[in-house]
Each structure stands twice: as structure tokens, then as C-alpha cells.
Design a protein around this ligand. Sequence first.
Ligand code: ADP
Length: 682
Amino acid sequence: MQKGNIGVTTENIFPVIKKFLYSENEIFLREIVSNAVDASQKLKTLASIGEFKGELGDLTVHVTLGKDTITISDRGIGLTAEEIDKYINQIAFSGANDFLEKYKNDANSIIGHFGLGFYSAFMVSKKVEIITKSYKEDAQAVKWTCDGSPEFTLEETEKADRGTDIILYIDDDCKEFLEESRINQMLKKYCSFLPVAIAFGKKKEWKDGKQVETDEDNIINETSPIWTRKPSELKDEDYKKFYSDLYPMSDEPLFWIHLNVDYPFHLTGVLYFPKVKSNIELNKNKIQLYCNQVYVTDSVEGIVPDFLTLLHGVLDSPDIPLNVSRSYLQSDANVKKISTYITKKVADRLQSIFKNDRKQFEEKWNDLKIFIHYGMLTQEDFYNRAKDFALLTDTDDKHFTFDEYKTLIKDNQTDKNDTLVYLYASDKDEQHSYIETAKAKGYNVLLMNGQLDVAVVNMLEQKFEKVRFTRVDSDVISNLIQKEDETKVTLVASQIEALSQIFKSQLPQTNKLQFNVEIKPLGENEAPVVITQSEYMRRMKEMANIQAGMSFYGEMPDMYNVVLNANHTLLKQILADEESNCTAVTPIQEQMDAVNKQRDELKESHKGKKDEEIPTAEKDQLEAFDKQWNELKAKKEEIYAGYAKSNKVIHQLIDLSLLQNGMLKGEALTNFVKRSIDLIQA
Ligand code: ADP
């Protein structure tokens, strides 16, 4: 028997392994099983080049659960005593401490860096045995034992068959790994697609109401998953089945892309565009990353472009350096190439579906647009490819490419400044009347109701030249696309003031809502009162909701313009009615004008004087004028308000315009209904 110390330059690697890797200690099984798979694959290779002339036989790797052991057995190349010494006993640890400190949270890095795969067994074991017999002729079987200290023993032993048994004596505080269900779960996660069959126990069957074991091995993996096969051999059903195996709870995917590159890097995989049920629960990190069919991680950030982390599926590449930190990944040349390649592939695939089956593409556009928009927003090169197949959808559900749409609206929607105006709605129901008004004018209205459309509108405005996007309810119809200078109202100042005051006094005033009354000469047949919200303010608020650092806008009240149509008969009537009902305003107005005149004269006499040269009495007088004027003003407004309060038509008009914008609620709505009934009965 040989005794010795494992070649570790640090004091003792085992406490380090246990301590630093504890959170991910379940990967021990992946490491040991994939070593067994590697040993089997190597034997196959040796057989294929004639170096191994014996029978390969059944190469299934067996995982067996004992009372306090897990055994992983293979029939691969096995190890000789010399090989154990070389590959197991000598571990090169240069600069170990520094490295461990840096990557202590990243088990993959540590294992990759040290070639520590086998030693990860000590994360969960108090003792590990290797019983192995090399495939080489007349090889002597050997047994290696180590109890977690740097000391090991190596002795000759008896083993009938070639290959290796790794026996893990599970630690008392890791008993969970002795449960069948836990092993099953780990095998499923890490070993589902390993290229050599893995058996865990026997298949079970229901017999007389009980589960009983059959003689058949329970194979837990699929040795040739679809991404390793040729696309030409696969049918749509195969892709769909693989998808539903991976994500049992998901709807059928929209599209998939089979990736297969040999040069300048190796990459295979299948990416799926999932059907997202609700825009809110977008799931990132559903892509699984494999390295030669061994599961590595489902966090692919840094490896694929951010927008593609929304996709589902599998990527497999031995060229992604997994034994480095995440931040290093982004600067790795291979990873960059892979990322660019995937972006291009995804764009090509979308382009070809668009070209060859536009109908299908349009049908799926609604589900697809979130991915495409995200990509266009975050990646310039994707935007440049996608701009030819990205679609705009109008409120009649017609789809257009960017170019097609421009051609469509060019003649009718160019304003007097030669700016092309894209009209859009964000809610077909809420903005129905505005959409109809715009359509009646021959305008086309886009529907921008996607989760990213606020940002998409901004992006397109920047990308397109001389283009402005404006929501249909952002202004009255004649101003949405201004073709000539605005016509002025013919009312005099006092009439304008009267109308404004009358409506202002009856509009709801809260902290969250602010109304600004404007009077405009709209068409006789247009609505008497229209509520609009400035595109700029609304967009600022919307951006504030999705972007940090803009909370200033988010906290501002919602500001609306209430536009009174001076040309509408009802407004004309209200004005005439006001003139006969508010005669009390006239003497007040005269008083106000008189006060104003006196005040202006006094002010005029102060011109050129310094503040200290003005007598206090005159200063007080000025203040008194202001006070008097304000009191009169309040009195005047009271008269208007008093009149407005009793006028059902004014209330009805205000409520109707609020109702049209979904802003009439609660008590106000109840009152409106009551008043409407009264008016019908009258
Ligand atoms: P790595 O697999 O990264 O080289 P490991 O620590 O997992 O590092 O294994 C060290 C070496 O031990 C392997 O390269 C291989 O030569 C040998 N080895 C491990 N497991 C087996 C096995 N089941 N059969 C044959 N050789 C093995």
C-alpha cells in the first residue's frame, strides 16, 4: 500500500472547498457524473481509432444509492496507479489563495480554474474511494481512499470489469443527498442531456396499487437532444416536443432558431420565441447554457445580448469560458463573436419568415413585437436589420412596414412645417372618439399599446427624419396636424374671460388633476367641449414611470386642456345666456377698471424714484388698490360661478367631456346620471 500527501501547496484545500463552495455544493454530482461520461467517451474514441480492441459493451453510467453512500460507476477507460498519481494526487495550486478570495462565490470558476471537478466530491463527503481498472491490457485494479485530509492511500485491489467506481461517503450534514428524490432532481437539472446513458435505479411500475421496481434500468437522460442533431432530420413536432419537455407549463412557442456554428467558434443550440401571456411577467434567464451537453447555468447574461435573454431554449458551446468571472465574460472575444452571431441569426430568421410568410408573421406580430422592440431599443445593429421587417399596426389592425407606412400617410399628414405627423392611440376604447375624429379627416391612426411603445415612439422620432409622433387626444383635430395658421376666435376679451371663468368654476379641482380652459374656433359640427392632454407633458410623465431620475415629472399633476368650441351653438347660447344673467358683472368690472386706472397713475408717478423716496402712505395706497381689485375680482368670479352652478347645460357639457376621457367617476358620475334623466324628462 502507498501512502502520501496530495500535492497541494496551500495548507489544506478541503476546508476551502467546503466553505467557499457550500452554496452550490449540489454540483458535485454533475462533476463526478460528467467525468464518468468523459471516460466512456474517451474509450469510444480509442475504439474508433483502433487503440482499444476489446468489446465496448454497454457503457451506461450507473448512479447507485446506498445507506450512506452514492456510487457512480462507469465502464470507461479507467485509471492506472500512475494515472491516479498524475491526475488525482497532483493538483496544481498556484496563487490559490488570491484566486479563491476573488471568486469565492463562483463555484464554476474555482472548479474550472483548478481542474477541481473530482475534488468537489469533498463538498459533501467525509470519505471518497476510487476503485478503478484501466482499459489497458493486464491492468491492475487499484483503490484510492481519502478522508478529506491531504493524506490518501492507494492500494491494489480486485475489480472484475474495466472502468471506475467512485464511492462517496456522504457527510452527516449533507444527508439530503441520500434522498432518492433529491438525486433525481439534481440528475434532471445537470445530466438530462449527457451523451452517454445514465441509469439511476430501476424503472418503476404500478402494480396492485403499489409502485414496484422492474428489471429495466431507469435512464434519466436523452443522449442526443435535438440541438446536437441536424435540422434536416427534425420535424416541427420534434422542436415543439423538446420545448414542452423543457418548459412544461408554457404555451407553444412562436418560432425557433436552430444554431449550428463550427467556425470561428463552436456553438449549437435551439432558441425559441416564447408566447408571452402577459407583458408584465417577462421571464429572463430561461435559456439554459450547456458545455458539451453538461448543464452549466441558466444565467446567460453577458453571453447573449440582453434582449435575447427573453428567449427560451438551449445554447451549447465549449468555447464560452466558464471558469472566469462574469465581468470578464463580456470582454472575451469569443463571447462577443457569439453574441454578434446570435443577434444576426435571430434577425435573419425573422427576416426570412417575414419575406416568405408575411401572413404568419403578421399574425404573430403582437406576440413577437416585445422581443423585436426590445432588441431595436437596445442594439443598434439589430435595429438596422429589424427596420425592414418591424411592423406598425393601425387601429384597424392593418400592418405596415416603416416604409409602407410613410408612403401611406405622406400626402395627407404632412404639416405646414413639412413635418410628417404620425398619429397614434394607446387605447382604442378610451380614445375612441378622438380616433374617429382623426379618421373622419382622412388620417390614419396607429395603435401603440405595447409595453415598450412609449420608448419605441421616442426611438422612432429620433431615427426618422422630420417626423413627429402625437397621440390623437393631444390636441384638437385642427391642431394635430397644422396645415395653415390657426384662425383666431372672434370673441372679445370679456367674453373669453366670462366663458373661461364659467367653465373653470365648475371643473373638478384636485391635487392630481389640473384643467386649463382654452377657447378655440373649431368647426360648427365639432364637439362643443374637447379635453386634450399635451403630448409633451404626457410623455414626460410616461417616461418618468419607466425611467429613474425623472420623478419630478412623475409627481406633477395630470394637466389637461379643456377646449371650448366658440363656434358651437351650445357655447354661443351659454354666452348669450350669461350676458343676460350676469349683468351684475358690469358695474363690478367698471369699478375694477377705475381702481386699475388709479393704481396705474400712482405707479406712473413713482417712475424713476428710488424705493426710499416713495412716501409710506403711497405704498400703503398701492397695496390697498391691489386688495380692492382682488376683492372685486373674486366677487366677479363668484357671480360667474353662481350662474354656472345653476346651469345644467354647462354641467352636462363638462361631464360629457370628462366621461369621454374616462374621468367621470363616483359622485360626479351619479350626479350626471340623475341630471341626464331630469333633462330627458324636462
Ligand atoms: P478535469 O475533469 O477537469 O480534468 P477532475 O478533477 O474532474 O478534472 O479529474 C481529473 C482527472 O481524473 C481527469 O482529467 C481524468 O483524467 C481523471 N478521471 C476523473 N474521473 C475519472 C473516471 N471516472 N474515469 C477515468 N478517469 C477519470
